[in-house]
Design a protein around this ligand. Sequence first.
Ligand SMILES: NC(=O)c1ccc[n+]([C@@H]2O[C@H](COP(=O)([O-])OP(=O)(O)OC[C@H]3O[C@@H](n4cnc5c(N)ncnc54)[C@H](OP(=O)(O)O)[C@@H]3O)[C@@H](O)[C@H]2O)c1
Length: 255
Amino acid sequence: MKVLLLGATGNLGSRILPALLTHGHTVTAYVRSAQKLQSLLPEAVFRRITIVQGDATDVSAIKEAILSSKCDAVVTAAGVAAMAPWAKSDLPKIFRAILEAVRQAGSERGRPYRFWCLGGTGVLYYPGTQSMLSSYMPVFLEHRQNVALLRNLPPGSVDWSMLCPGNMTPESSDFSVPTKTSQGKLIAQAASPPSWHHLWVRFIPLIGRSIEMAINFGRYDTTLEQNAELIAADLEEGHDSRFVGTTVGIISGAQ
Ligand SMILES: NC(=O)c1ccc[n+]([C@@H]2O[C@H](COP(=O)([O-])OP(=O)(O)OC[C@H]3O[C@@H](n4cnc5c(N)ncnc54)[C@H](OP(=O)(O)O)[C@@H]3O)[C@@H](O)[C@H]2O)c1
């Protein structure tokens, strides 16, 4: 698949880029600084990609990059959510612009694009309910408005998936191709975290579910490379992916 990647200079994006190449995708990276990307990547990898310079808040520039690269899919790891509920980051502005560009480009070509983006565990549902986990632990709330934008899209306008990891750590800083992860594949499921441990503490009034969440949270630590691999592998399924139109919870298969 031809893929336009935003956020390629970030922690996750710099792992997604080689993972995409490993899976046989063709990559155009949309970055603010080609120089910064070049300094991160081995020369042999840098030579295999096309670069477009631009800002991720610029709807028309992103749309132009999507259309001119003739990509079939857009992946974004651009911007990072503020942790505290009162803090603000550029992520909502970036996310809104990218999604609007993907929607408009799809409408112009007459077919929706496959779109992978990032959320966090907090926008997944507490298992068996329709309440987001961030209702019980209000951190990284900016992802919630991004999910709302996705769910309010006109039907059939964007074939989106939102990966919702917990804390991600690097396995290595080797961005050569083929990429490898030593931690094994992730187990993924739609809408809520897989393999959730329900505990008796959840019956404690008011704070039970929050305590249960805090105990579960460390189990959802994964590596950046595992998440990059999941997106790159899923794009091979194209528009038939089981994750089209949903948030995606993950846990390390090594558990
Ligand atoms: N890291 C984690 O443990 C974790 C866990 C759960 C969810 N997430 C989510 O995963 C996503 C990626 O996280 P990350 O750790 O990879 O973030 P990161 O390392 O901070 O990377 C952010 C990327 O966004 C780019 N960017 C920021 N503003 C931009 C703009 N205006 N135009 C173009 N590019 C822009 C940055 O480019 P420059 O290099 O030009 O600044 C960089 O490539 C975030 O949405 C985060 O909330 C992360």
